[in-house]
Design a protein around this ligand. Structure first.
Ligand code: MTE
Ligand code: MO
Length: 252
């Protein structure tokens, strides 16, 4: 194999080290794209052998995380007194660029492997059972905060639309051009909700109005705001941050 490094080190030489490194970081729960690229001096944008190896490792790590996921283990919940105030806004753009939509013009589209593809209004969604949670939202950038959300358990919504629960993935498309997907086991987790309310009020534009996903078993970027469409699919849909190299599973 041609050497990926100028020093003449081959991929075969570094692979055992990378594997060991990954295992160690995985055990510490600290394997991140940033750490990997820093330690190896590589980026995942290229086609080099090491880039390919890193991408393969991230996929490997996704599979391990998915296999370790316990569908019955609940994320920690908190009392109302623990809610973070003020709550921090985050998106891939600054606050002043927040996209808004008139709730009366908006309908949630559903597609893919589902029986019922009729779009849903906010009023329709509010007729389904609602569940509240106070949980910690953890952003991969290194901050976290405790918030209160309520909405429809995603499992109940998926049952209502006759989703194929063996399909594998649920994909979210947002009207700010963000998108991401989650694995079905996480979609069916009892604390995964389609949130309509934040701190007991209907979501406002900053917090993802009119509908966002709240999934406390995953990192912040797996909590899409401004949802436009939900699709049940058989293929890993990737996502905005996943495309830049973040782990697809990104569980906590
Ligand atoms: N549509 C959309 N959803 C998004 C994002 C985004 O840029 N667009 N950013 C994600 C990231 S990285 C985080 S940390 C959370 C932030 O949610 P908050 O503004 O409620 O704190 O939203 C997530 N969902
Ligand atoms: Mo984030």
């Amino acid at each position: 194999m041609r050497s990926p490094f100028r020093l003449g080190v081959t991929l075969a030489d570094v692979q055992p080290d990378l594997r060991r490194l990954e295992r160690r970081m995985l055990l510490r729960g600290s394997l991140s794209f940033g750490a990997l690229t820093m330690l190896t001096g590589c980026n995942l944008g290229g086609d080099g052998a090491v880039d390919q190896a890193l991408r393969a490792m991230l996929r490997f790590n996704d599979r391990v995380q998915a296999a370790l996921f316990d569908p019955n283990k609940l994320a920690r919940t908190y009392p109302a007194s623990a809610i973070t105030d003020p709550f921090r806004f985050n998106a891939y753009y600054p606050e002043w660029q927040v996209r808004t939509v008139d709730e009366n013009d908006w309908k949630l589209e559903v597609g893919g492997l589902v029986d019922a593809k009729t779009p849903w209004t906010v009023a329709d969604l509010r007729k389904l059972p609602q569940q509240e949670q106070i949980t910690r939202h953890v952003c991969v950038e290194g901050w976290s905060q405790i918030g209160q959300w309520s909405g429809i358990p995603l499992r109940i919504f998926l049952e209502h639309i006759g989703a194929d629960m063996r399909a594998g993935y649920v994909n979210f498309r947002c009207f700010d051009d963000y998108w991401c997907g989650i694995d079905m086991a996480s979609a069916l987790h009892p604390q995964t909700i389609l949130a309509l309310d934040f701190e007991q009020q209907p979501l406002t534009p900053l917090w993802g109005a009119p509908l966002r996903l709240r999934i406390p078993t995953k990192l912040g970027f797996k909590n899409p705001k401004y949802i436009q469409a939900i699709e049940v699919t058989r293929t890993d849909p990737g996502g905005y941050w996943e495309k830049q190299g973040y782990n697809w599973f990104s569980g906590l």
